[in-house]
Write a protein that binds this ligand. Structure first.
Ligand SMILES: Nc1ncnc2c1ncn2[C@@H]1O[C@H](COP(=O)(O)OP(=O)(O)OP(=O)(O)O)[C@@H](O)[C@H]1O
Ligand SMILES: [Mg+2]
Length: 395
């Protein structure tokens, strides 16, 4: 006769699984990445550096020969390699004699407001984190002062920047500290420098979920105030320090996302052009509009500078995807960014080693694969940078 299985506590089983997984992940990381290893940005070839600066390589060479600006590293073959810091130093140098102000340091000038870009869609896996990370790094490497915020308890953006949400953040350190109702901390206390000049990070981890739990309680007790302005208010403390803030939102339309939306001056909705994704986006848009109506009724100003759809993981050879892209472009016109983010193994493989494509060497991939992905990312990010410039009244 078969014995009945003893019922087991679900919570105990889940806890056990969580501990096994955390242990394995930790061991894996220790072997791949010693605990004191710091992530570092790779060096750039002189051609790449010239491309980032928008000058000719021969001009960079002349500066080097004349002893002007930072000294690049020289390879045994006498090639020049520039660090991201070198490139930033060159920006400062070149800006002094620029033909147009802002050619090399394109950030805010007097009267320009800080741009806060919320990257959202409640569809999981629609490319929010990939879009946020590449955008933030691209802008920083182009001379903007950038703050990247991980607002997702899953903390993928955090991990991508070499901070381990489960080990490096055991005593707070996420945006939650600065937006909680009880004794919020100054936002500066949760901002960290990264290995990329001009790029700071506010990491995320599960603690962010507290905001989802506490907000209904605070609302019921009548002391939530304008809960949806908590991110905006926290950011106002560092308004002078950044040109652009990029917020990677969680895949749900909760209080965190609403608060990010209310803080945003620009909104990017990531959309993978497949039917199921487009159908769920329709719900996302309707729910967002409903929620924003409620917020607007409380007298809040819901104005923003722009909202755009980013096509993600796009495969131009896929006929059904093309039909959906055509449909979205017809319906939404210029609200769909021209440059899509192409699907590429270069982007997904870089992600597996917790890197963006900007961090991996070109030699790590087949050249054409790398170049195609890089061109697509640059075109997309340049288009977003142009929108930002336009918002500041520059073409
Ligand atoms: N352009 C691309 N080419 C290939 N793979 C991609 C591309 N963009 C994203 N991916 C992969 O798709 C997966 C989901 O992407 P991503 O994490 O950016 O989505 P997300 O919207 O942030 O997800 P979540 O909703 O869980 O936060 C990741 O494994 C990522 O590496
Ligand atoms: Mg994500």
């Amino acid at each position: 006769m078969n014995e009945r299985a003893e019922p087991q506590d679900l919570n105990a089983a889940i806890r056990q699984h969580s501990e096994w997984l955390a242990g394995q992940l930790h061991a894996q990381r220790e072997s791949l990445f010693p605990p004191d290893a710091q992530k570092a940005m790779r060096k750039f070839t002189s051609g790449e550096a010239a491309g980032l600066l928008g000058v000719n390589d021969s001009y960079l060479r002349k500066l080097h020969l004349d002893g002007k600006g930072p000294s690049p590293e020289l390879t045994p073959g006498n090639r020049r390699l520039y660090s991201a810091e070198n490139i930033q130093d060159l920006r400062v140098l070149l800006e002094k004699t620029a033909r147009k102000p802002g050619d090399y340091l394109p950030g805010r000038r007097d009267g320009d407001h800080m741009q806060v870009i919320g990257v959202m869609n409640f569809k999981g896996g629609s490319g929010k984190t990939t879009t946020s990370a590449h955008l933030a790094q691209h802008l920083a490497l182009h001379g903007y002062r950038v703050l990247a915020i991980d607002l997702d308890p899953q903390a993928s953006l955090t991990a991508l920047h070499g901070v381990q949400p489960e080990f490096d953040l055991d005593e707070g350190g996420t945006l939650y500290d600065a937006i909680r109702y009880d004794d919020p901390a100054p936002i500066s206390s949760v901002i960290r420098k990264t290995y990329i000049p001009n790029l700071d990070l506010i990491p995320g981890n599960l603690e962010l979920m507290e905001f989802e739990h506490e907000t209904p309680r605070a609302l019921a007790q009548g002391h939530a105030g304008l809960f949806f302005f908590r991110v905006k208010e926290a950011l106002s403390q560092v308004d002078d320090a950044y040109d652009i803030v990029v917020i990677d939102c969680p895949p749900q339309l909760g209080f965190l996302t609403m608060s990010a939306l209310s803080a945003s001056t620009g909104v990017l909705v990531t959309i993978h052009p497949e039917m199921l994704d487009v159908m769920s986006m329709s719900q996302f848009l309707r729910m967002t509009a409903d929620l924003m109506d409620v917020i607007a009724e409380s007298g809040a100003d819901m104005s923003h500078d722009w909202m755009r759809y980013v096509l993600t993981r796009y495969e131009p050879a896929d006929a059904p995807q093309n039909r959906i892209v055509a449909f979205l472009r017809t319906m939404y016109g210029e609200a769909v960014l021209n440059a899509p983010m192409l699907k590429s193994t270069a982007i997904s493989d870089a992600g597996l080693t917790k890197q963006t494509l900007y961090e991996v060497e070109r030699s790590a991939f087949t050249r054409s694969t790398y170049d195609r992905a890089m061109e697509s990312l640059n075109a997309l990010n340049d288009e977003i940078a142009a929108l930002i410039q336009k918002t500041w009244g520059r073409e």
